[in-house]
Design a binder for this molecule. Structure first.
Ligand code: ADP
Ligand code: MG
Length: 250
């Protein structure tokens, strides 16, 4: 479902992804761990082309992201075409990124109307059903400022689901939450994982990582240092840097 090959990315002449290879099969959950600054967010953003890789390829559900093959040659796609490709990938940010002037329902219905040209009445019906699924069926008309962080993040998850994405990317979805609000968001993500949604999740919640991951990937300094099943990587890490990181977060 997701294939990353040789992806490199630099900012201002400093390379922060040094050739990443990663595969996520359909229905699988990959959890990415690693210290701050190791390139986790940049990797997620490169997958949906919020950052264009300087080198390498990303394929999502068969589509080559940001590129088009013409007579055996690859050409860069224009931003509008990249936007269409990006609609297949749901992205949930650390800080929710909801529109403050729109209600929960409008936040979720907005993308299907804008990007998929879905009739507004149908988009609102589907948005209401998605909000119900994340436990917010009674807060459809609330504005983000009237919702807790946990509720806002659940709206953001419903919004990501509204485009029927092939893949969901989560970038530290609970890092901005008060501790007592983390559980309700993890519950929603866990349900999606059990329902067979393909996802990549950056998180520091170790218990959660162990529970939902089919594969755990450990990144450090722009490279994948180690990857494997959760019990292997979390209980028997082979690389000293993985060991040092796990010793700190536990
Ligand atoms: P992580 O998510 O693992 O904390 P990031 O992917 O955010 O790491 O960052 C990796 C490195 O790239 C860091 O050194 C960060 O400062 C740098 N970086 C990320 N985004 C940008 C940007 N837009 N401009 C310049 N440097 C960036
Ligand atoms: Mg990050």
């Amino acid at each position: 479902m997701v294939e990353v090959r040789g992806v490199r990315k630099s900012f201002g002449g400093v390379e922060v992804l040094h050739g990443i290879d990663l595969t996520v099969a359909a229905g699988e959950v990959t959890v990415i761990l690693g210290p701050s600054g190791s390139g986790k967010s940049t990797l997620l953003r490169a997958i949906n082309h919020l950052e264009r890789p300087d080198a390498g390829l990303v394929r999502v559900d068969g589509a080559l992201m940001g590129l088009r093959r013409v007579g055996g040659r690859l050409h860069e796609l224009r931003e509008r075409a990249v936007l269409r490709q990006r609609a297949r990938i749901g992205f949930v940010f650390q800080n929710f990124h909801l529109f403050p002037h729109l209600t929960a329902l409008e936040n979720v219905a907005e993308a299907p109307v804008g990007a998929l040209r879905r009739p507004r009445a149908r988009a609102r019906r589907e948005a209401a059903a998605l909000l119900d699924r994340v436990g917010l069926g009674d807060r459809l008309d609330a504005y983000p400022r009237q919702l807790s962080g946990g509720q806002q993040q659940r709206v953001a998850i419903a919004r990501a689901l509204a485009l029927s994405p092939r893949v969901l990317l989560f970038d530290e979805p609970t890092s901005a939450l008060d501790p007592e609000l983390v559980g309700e968001v993890l519950t929603v993500i866990r349900d999606l994982a059990r329902g067979g949604t393909t996802m990549l999740v950056v998180t520091h919640e170790m218990g959660f990582a162990r529970e939902i991951a089919d594969t755990v990937v450990f990144m450090d300094q722009g490279r994948i240092v180690e990857q494997g099943p959760p019990d292997a990587v979390l209980d028997r890490p082979r690389h000293p840097r993985t060991r040092a990181f796990l010793a700190q977060v536990r």
